[in-house]
Design a protein. Sequence first.
Length: 112
Amino acid sequence: MRYITILFFVTSLFAKTSFITQMEYASSLYKNPRGIGCQLCHGENGEGKVVATYIHKKEKKEFAPPAINNMHFKDFYEALNERKKGMPRYFLTKGEIKALYYYLKKKAKNEK
């Protein structure tokens, strides 16, 4: 009985831990949430970048998605849940959105 109690205690300690960290999970979401990674348009740290330049009606234009590493969570959440021109729809859960937001904030903090 004593060994069963010890085994149960040790097992319960490991059951509460994950095999990847929150940052690793969030990083994998950022790099490939549903087939195309956020970094391709928003940059490695969410800073935004120019994805393409083109000529439209003899005028030079840019497709440059915005920086997303300095948004408030409410705006970030809403942006991921509404249709935006040029933005793929990912159908992320609230937990996944929170993880992405955490990732961007942590990266921004580490950059300083």
